[in-house]
Design a protein around this ligand. Sequence first.
Ligand code: BEZ
Ligand code: FE
Length: 287
Amino acid sequence: MDTRNSSDSIGYYTPDRSAEVVNARMGKAINPRLALLMASLVGHLHGFAREVGLTQDEWDVAIEFLTEVGQMSSPQRQEFILLSDTLGLSMLVDAINNHRPAGATETTVFGPFHIECAPVLEMGSNICLDGKGDPCLFEGHVLSIDGSPIADAHIDVWSDNADGYYDVQQPGIQPKWNNRGVFVTGPDGKYSFKGIRPVPYPVPEDGPVGRMLAAIGRDPYRPAHMHFMIRASGFQKLITHTFFSGDPYLKSDTVFGVKKSLVATLEPAGRRGEWRSAFDFILAPIV
Ligand code: BEZ
Ligand code: FE
């Protein structure tokens, strides 16, 4: 529906028709998708203020909060993404945009800690460079929906270290590329690499989003997980994690990223204190 109208026909701003008056100011020759997005956003924002009877003090606090979120955002620290993640919006946008056919591995939140161009490693290599944590072997296959192996799939993996921090959060403390790497499948579609048994960690709490979570009584923790981004020619890119059964935070992930189908096995393996986690990734074709 085109909500645009001549501002003359609506007249002065009135609180009862506030969104309508604002949206009527939009030009006629603008991108129709932008017109729809803006009209809906303005409508919902005005509806929210009206519904809660927003006070001036509350709006001032909100403006201050959003200003701080922006000031804290940089290429190294994306507080706006963290806000979207903790409000469950990132997962909603992911769901709207990632309808995968039955049988394909489900997607989940990307998160702010991926780095492009991680080293491409020999299959089976160890990505843990700081020597901390319980060793864990990750293995499985990259398959198409009919079960056939996918060759030349690029599997980009990243995780926190045993202290619960990504290398990019601790430059100069952790080795560069700690717990990261890219593996390329052969004709059998198999992958395997060594890492550590990931540990749960709190999302960054030292900024406005951390304060927001504390103010509304929310736990900042994410369950332990391994991040995967898998790209293969002819298939949709898969951004996902594996989680591990028995994790105490599976049902309280602060960014709502857990899906039952992504809970992988985690079992003791080999020597004491060593683990193995197996998971097959099923890619959806590009249609
Ligand atoms: C992560 O899993 O790396 C992550 C996701 C969302 C917010 C913060 C961290
Ligand atoms: Fe993570």
